[in-house]
Design a protein around this ligand. Structure first.
Ligand code: MD3
Ligand code: FE
Length: 209
């Protein structure tokens, strides 16, 4: 389904086996070298989502190689196979060949548990305007896809379920978006998630090196 120009939702794109592999990989990444944690914001707040990054470490509001806001360690490398998955995702959403030049160099893994949510925001810390690939596993959620001007209406609420792919490129790349609700207990155990929701986003930072 196309939600807006460049915003394409592909329900059930990831098979169960692929979901389980990704969950297993995320468990490993969550252990370190930089452990999964709640990100502290400059305004004193703390995000309710837990996050671990690959390739580059996102700390509000920039990308670094080392996690100065956690333990100072260098983040784990971005694996080549995730890049392949990203190219396949862009091909699936935009058509064969569209993913050819796509070279994501960072992944943000978000884990939602309990009342965790994500407020409306734009992702504009990347210098590249290449698409963001989003993969959801575990509990279903309400994903709110907004506009590029304000964090308020007009927006569209869509349910994201385990295995869903979403690609945000073109004019949608700078749209406000958020996750106002997760539905606890809706994860299919065959996804490898016992509780909570996992979201993996692949991005090009445009930082090089
Ligand atoms: C639309 N994550 O990590 S994924 C984030 O489910 C983030 O954890 C949410 O927003 C999550 O920044 C939403 C969907 C998503 C990700 C990046 C986008 C939508 C986007 C970038 C631009 C436009
Ligand atoms: Fe975002």
């Amino acid at each position: 389904a196309v939600l807006g120009e460049g915003a394409v939702h592909v329900p059930g794109w990831l098979g169960r086996a692929r979901q389980r592999e990704l969950v297993e990989a995320c468990r490993e990444w969550a252990r370190g070298p930089v452990p999964m944690r709640r990100t502290s914001l400059p305004n004193g707040g703390v995000m309710s989502v837990r996050t671990v990054c690959l390739g580059w470490h996102w700390q509000p509001y920039r990308y670094t190689r080392t996690a100065g806001d956690v333990n100072g360690a260098r983040v784990a490398p971005f694996p080549e196979w995730l890049g392949e998955l990203g190219r396949a995702a862009v091909d699936e959403a935009y058509g064969a060949g569209a993913g050819d030049g796509y070279a994501p160099d960072t992944a943000l893994v978000n884990f939602y548990e309990g009342d965790a949510r994500m407020g409306m925001h734009q992702d504009k810390d990347e210098k590249s305007r290449a698409p963001v690939v989003s993969l959801s596993i575990g509990d279903s959620c309400v994903f709110r896809f907004g506009n590029t001007r304000t964090r308020t209406r007009p927006y569209t609420d869509v349910e994201l379920a385990s295995g869903d792919l979403f690609v945000f490129g073109g004019p949608s790349r700078l749209a406000f978006h958020g996750v106002p609700k997760v539905f606890p207990g809706t994860a299919d155990p065959a996804s490898g998630m016992r509780a909570g929701r996992l979201n993996i986003t692949l991005r090009e930072t445009g930082l090089g090196g």
